[in-house]
Design a protein around this ligand. Structure first.
Ligand SMILES: [Zn+2]
Ligand SMILES: [Zn+2]
Length: 225
């Protein structure tokens, strides 16, 4: 017990030091990127064509990424927000000296090839993405910015419209949910989380909703190449 408390303390101290060194310079941009555009999640991918769930859109939307789309997310290696053009996704990160391809920094794993489809389909189902279109509100204009925000999730659900928001939040406490909101007429569940969304949490979410007669709808991103 004592050892683990000491370890926690040391971890907190070193984390605080890290925040002192890197955090403040990025604090402002961190706020901006996690609230940019509209919250979505990936339904399916075919090359550069994406079908997305999106807050405010009744049906999944069709859109496209292109070489100049700015991808971004938290770098797995240094914890900073890392933006880059998709065309530079396979180039070595110039931000933190990790020596890895940009798309690995924000995708958090090695990929056979560094393209949008491989990275986006590797995310845990329902992982939040912030999407800004080239023309505001027009998905057909293509994606200008796509930021992976792992402390947000957007999951298609059914059967939980009768659960009060207080009961819903209590129900989802075990997976570290800070806030839960049913959107799009009750067909999507928008979550803000204490920690990163994971594939395990997606499974747990289904189990928790089933207690009150709800369920997670199939949302495995399917990739066609
Ligand atoms: Zn980095
Ligand atoms: Zn990196």
């Amino acid at each position: 017990m004592k050892t683990s408390t000491t370890r926690q303390l040391l971890t907190s101290v070193s984390l605080m030091s890290l925040i002192c060194v890197t955090g403040f310079a990025n604090a402002k941009s961190a706020d901006a990127w996690t609230s940019a555009g509209v919250l979505g999640s990936v339904s399916s991918i075919a090359n550069t064509n994406l079908t997305l769930f999106e807050v405010g859109s009744t049906a999944p939307i069709q859109t496209v990424v292109n070489p100049t789309t700015i991808f971004g997310g938290i770098c797995h290696h240094c914890g900073q927000f890392q933006p880059f053009k998709l065309v530079d996704g396979s180039k070595v990160c110039s931000m933190c000296g990790c020596g890895e391809p940009n798309l690995e920094c924000i995708g958090w794993e090695h990929f056979k090839s560094y393209d949008a489809a491989n990275v986006l389909s590797s995310l845990p189902e329902g992982t939040g993405i912030r999407v800004v279109f080239n023309t505001d509100g027009n998905s057909a204009s293509g994606i200008k910015d796509l930021y992976i925000t792992r402390k947000q999730a957007l999951v298609p659900v059914s059967g939980i419209t009768s659960i009060s928001s207080t009961d819903l939040l209590n129900l989802l406490k075990p997976i570290g949910v800070n806030s839960a909101k049913l959107v799009n007429g009750g067909s999507l569940l928008q979550l803000n989380l204490k920690n990163d969304w994971t594939a395990k949490k997606a499974v747990q979410l289904n189990t928790l909703l089933a207690k009150d007669g709800g369920k997670v709808l199939p949302l495995v991103p399917s990739v066609t190449k």
